[in-house]
Design a protein around this ligand. Structure first.
Ligand code: ADP
Ligand code: RBF
Ligand code: MG
Length: 381
């Protein structure tokens, strides 16, 4: 057997976490806690999220009551929190790539289990708001159905047992550290998709750490590959943002030949949270200048280790002047790759040039080209 064959990882089924992996539960939980804690004169600090991600409901509640020194018991907290949470469950959105992933696996007959630290009843309520999801999972296991929640392996062992699979044949997909530990303790392969930014270093026990579900390569694990990539690009649901061009980091990207026209992050904060960091492309409109091909990065620019998530759109056209203050509109239609770090500025620039070539070519494909006539880019008033 060749080396690559003997190292090949073969999974026949997938055990997948729900909160933070398939759906953005933390967004809704954060909104509720912000309001709830303000009644006690406390301020929800998003950084606390790190302490509750992947915990059982009881552990998460205990952490909040203790850390904020709330004048109530955990039971009282829960009895107030859960009705608020239940009322908002319909607002929990699926994460980018989640639908695509489970439909792909279901379509190829890959057995799937939902394995969550949440209670069975809560899992079922949450997925009831996502059409077609219930049918995708032949097994569901909640933490109330085993003796110990994650990081204990019990949930994954029980899910594997119910699928009639050896845990060693299972691929676990997890966003949290306790979940990754649980998957490894069960003896499965584990892909980590951290739900909080800049936490990759905490996931050393995972077999692979990816940036978002868009980056899953099922064939690495012996599962059927995605077939929706076209010419090194992944079509996404198009999204639109726009506003006046502001000053960026002032790093003189122009000197590098890759000027990026920045928008105010305040004005599109929601979109920034919603979209995974990475390199994307699409079309850009400027009111008086026309519509141009565009390639951009979203994220923290690992090479520069920025503290703020920004969008850096490079319009693929030679302009004779700057256009600060002008209204810029973008339609983002496809994904290319996750953001990466590079050993040198030259290698970063070379990669960005590669991205430009990929985007230039892809945008001529009819499925992407059609957006250049979109009224959002052509009509200004
Ligand atoms: P900043 O740090 O202000 O973003 P850059 O060096 O990235 O500075 O330059 C970006 C500015 O260059 C844009 O705001 C825009 O006014 C101008 N510009 C000129 N050509 C382009 C282009 N092809 N794509 C994007 N911006 C361009
Ligand atoms: N910055 C990174 O640190 N890593 C990247 O992988 C990366 N990819 C980019 C791809 C494109 C198409 C563009 C336009 C920018 C990218 N950047 C990346 C951001 C780049 O560092 C930044 O735009 C300039 O330094 C301006 O601040
Ligand atoms: Mg810029």
């Amino acid at each position: 057997m060749s080396v690559s064959n003997s190292l090949k990882k073969l999974s026949s089924c997938v055990l997948i976490d729900l909160d933070g992996t398939l759906i953005n539960t933390d967004g809704v939980v954060g909104d509720i806690l912000r309001k709830y804690l303000s009644k006690y004169g406390k301020q929800w600090d998003g950084r606390e999220a790190l302490k509750i991600v992947g915990k059982t409901p009881l552990e998460a509640a205990t952490t909040i009551v203790e850390d904020y020194g709330l004048p109530c018991g955990v039971d009282e907290f829960n009895s107030e929190f859960y009705p608020l949470f239940s009322a908002q469950m319909d607002k929990i959105k699926s994460l980018p790539g989640a639908n695509r992933l489970i439909r792909h696996l279901k379509g190829h007959g890959v057995p799937m289990a939902l394995a969550s630290n949440s209670s069975r009843a809560n899992i079922e309520s949450k997925i009831s708001f996502h059409q077609g999801w219930k049918e995708c999972f032949s097994v569901i296991v909640g933490s109330d159905e085993v003796s110990k929640g994650k990081p204990s392996p019990d949930i994954f062992l029980e899910a594997a047992r119910k699928l009639n699979k050896d845990p060693g044949e299972c691929l676990v997909i997890e966003d949290s550290v306790p979940g990754v530990l649980a998957g490894k303790a069960a003896g499965s392969y584990v892909i980590a998709v951290p739900s909080l930014p800049k936490q990759t270093h905490l996931y050393t026990s995972a077999d692979e750490v990816i940036n978002s579900l868009l980056d899953i390569k099922p064939e690495k694990w012996g599962l059927p590959p995605f077939q929706d990539w076209i010419e090194n690009t992944l079509p996404i649901d198009p999204w639109r943002i726009g506003g006046p061009v502001i000053k960026g980091f002032g790093r003189g990207s122009k000197v590098l030949g890759i000027p990026t026209a920045n928008l105010s992050t305040k004005d599109y904060a929601e979109e920034l949270v919603e979209h995974p960091s990475g390199v994307y492309f699409g079309w850009a409109g400027l009111a008086t200048r026309g519509v141009f091909k565009m390639v951009m990065s979203i994220g923290w620019n690992p090479y520069f280790n920025n503290t703020e998530k920004t969008i850096e759109p490079w319009l693929l056209h030679d302009f004779t002047e700057d256009f600060y203050g002008e209204e810029l509109r973008l339609i983002i239609v496809g994904y290319i790759r996750p953001e990466a770090n590079f050993p040198s500025l030259e290698s970063l620039v070379a990669k960005i040039h590669e991205d430009r070539d990929v985007a230039e070519k892809a945008l001529d494909l009819p499925s992407y080209a059609k957006f250049k006539d979109d009224p959002y880019l052509t009509k200004y008033d």
